[in-house]
Each structure stands twice: as C-alpha cells, then as structure tokens.
Design a protein around this ligand. Structure first.
Ligand code: GUN
Length: 297
C-alpha cells in the first residue's frame, strides 16, 4: 500500500490568520474612520445545527471587534414577520451585513426573504443581484464558502491562471459561485453534477478539484489526478464503527490523499473558512457603505 503523500491544507490555521487580519482592519477602521462594522444575524426556529453555527458567528464577530446582533424568531414566525425584520435591518445604518440563517421553516419563501435584503448588506452573497454581479465580473458580495475554497487553493498553488478546475456540484451556494471565482482566476472551469457522464474521467483532468455535492466520500482516489489540489466542501455525518457517528467530506480522504498534491481534511479544512470569510465580507460591506477604501484582507 502506498502512503499518504498529499500536503494537508490546514483551513483552521488559515482561518485563524484571516480573522487576525480582519481584526486588524477593524481596529484601523475604528480609529481612523470611526467606523465599527456590524453584522446582524436572523435565526428563525430552533434547528440545533443552526443554533451552533449562529453562536459561533456571534462569538467570532465580537472577537474581531465588530458589532454583532442576533435576532431570534419563533419557528412559527410568518413570512411577513421575517420580511419586516429584514426591512428594519436594511434601514439601520449601524448594520452593514445581514445574514438570514438557512434553512428557513417551510411557510417562508427563502428566495423572497434573501432578495428583500439590501444587496449591499447581503454578506452571504445570495441575493440575485450579487449572483448577477459576480457572473458579470462586477464588484459584489460573494458567498463565503466559495471565497474560502479559492483562498485556500491560491495559498497552496499561487497563481491559478491556466489551470484546469473541476467543480463537482452545481448549487447556488457553492458550485456555481466557486466556478465563477475560478473563472475570474483564469482557470478553465468544468462544472459537473449527478448526471455528468464519466464523472471520474472528468475529475481526473483537474489540477484543482472542488467537491461540493453533499454525498459522503463519493470522490475516490482514482478520480484524482496525481499532484492535484483537492478541496472538499462536504460535511456529512455518517454512521461509523460501534454505532458512533463521524464527519466525512465528499472526498474519500484515505484514497485521495495518496494521489493528491494537497487536500483539505474534514473537519478542519474548508469549514473554518466560512465564518472567517463572512467577517471579511462584513468589513468590505461596511467600507463600501461608508465610502472608505477597503483594506487588503
Ligand atoms: N446555513 C448553513 N450555512 C449557511 C450560510 O453560509 N449562510 C446562511 N445564511 N445559512 C447557512
């Protein structure tokens, strides 16, 4: 058996460094521009995973020196009530970023809620205006996980120009925006999905392989080009030995790590990048709204 040869990409350490840089930028904005970036999060209902996520966001936002507000609404909240909350936050000048935690309860139309957020405060980058701005190469707020993927790939590889990038997954939250970002980095980009023919063969072309399908350990080592950079966005909880559950990605780490040049682990790869990128987006949104030149973070 061959051994693991891939460099393990430490997303946790990279995210910590990014949060440090965000904190430094916040200090400067406060002292030089009297500007404190602020992020408001709306959480509807009691979903346990969402509660953990929102708590972490709140903690890290405060640690970076920013203002943070949490608006909790009951699972029974009506669409009109959630829309009213979003409009109130749109009108609040201290709020530079608005994030409505997904998923929303069934009685609420998520698309309508997202598209009611002021696009300049849409730090998730999910508003249709931001999707359009990204696709046309205009300044936009960009979804956080895709930004995290590209930052990690660039940290590993330097310039991505001319590289073959293959994205497995076509969601609006990861697959499509990460493909747009890779295109901006001058990659040749292929987006694959469940109906792609010869998926393994397409993946084997990739210098950068992004797995974001939500299927546990689907991408195996024989789909990986030797030396490729493998970025695993998946977070799947599966039954492990002895009835215990464990987290795995969309990549079969053990086999892929024997072939790849570098690979993100799960957990500790892309996951920690998402909130760090959210903090970064909040700072960029605050600067744009205040007419201040954005720091290089
Ligand atoms: N739920 C899980 N991840 C996310 C995210 O990045 N943004 C929002 N709004 N909801 C989520």
């Amino acid at each position: 058996m061959s051994e693991q040869t891939a460099t393990v990409i430490d997303g946790k350490a990279f995210a910590a460094g990014l949060r440090e840089r965000v904190g430094g930028a916040v200090t400067t904005l406060k002292s030089e521009h009297n500007l404190t970036p602020g992020l408001a999060v709306v959480l509807v209902g009691e979903d346990p995973a969402s509660q953990v996520y929102v708590r972490n966001k709140n903690k890290q936002t405060l640690e970076a020196g920013m203002n943070s507000w949490e608006h909790r609404m009951p699972a029974t909240a009506s669409e009109d009530e959630v829309l009213a909350m979003v409009r109130q936050l749109n009108d609040d000048p201290a709020v530079h970023g608005i994030l409505v935690q997904l998923p929303l309860p069934d009685q609420i139309d998520s698309e309508k809620v997202i598209n009611t957020i002021n696009p300049d405060k849409d730090v998730d980058g999910f508003h249709v205006i931001n999707a359009g701005r990204l696709a046309t190469g205009q300044d936009s707020l960009v979804p956080c996980t895709p930004v995290g993927c590209v930052l990690l790939a660039k940290d590993q590889l330097g310039s991505l120009s001319g590289l073959e990038a293959v994205v497995v997954g076509r969601s609006n939250i990861v697959g499509k925006p990460v493909a747009q970002l890779l295109l901006q980095e001058h990659c040749t980009v292929t987006i694959c999905h469940s109906r792609t023919r010869d998926l393994g063969e397409v993946c084997r072309r990739a210098d950068i392989l992004i797995a974001a399908v939500g299927r546990p350990e689907m991408v195996t080592g024989d789909w990986v080009k030797p030396g490729a950079c493998v970025i695993d966005v998946g977070i799947n909880r599966i039954e492990g030995e002895g009835g215990k559950t464990r987290l795995v990605g969309d990549v079969d780490y053990a086999s892929a790590a024997k072939v790849a040049g570098s690979i993100t682990p799960v957990p500790g790869g892309v996951g920690p990048m998402t909130i760090a990128c959210l903090l970064r987006s909040t700072v960029l949104a605050a600067c744009a709204q205040a007419g201040v030149t954005a720091p290089d973070i």
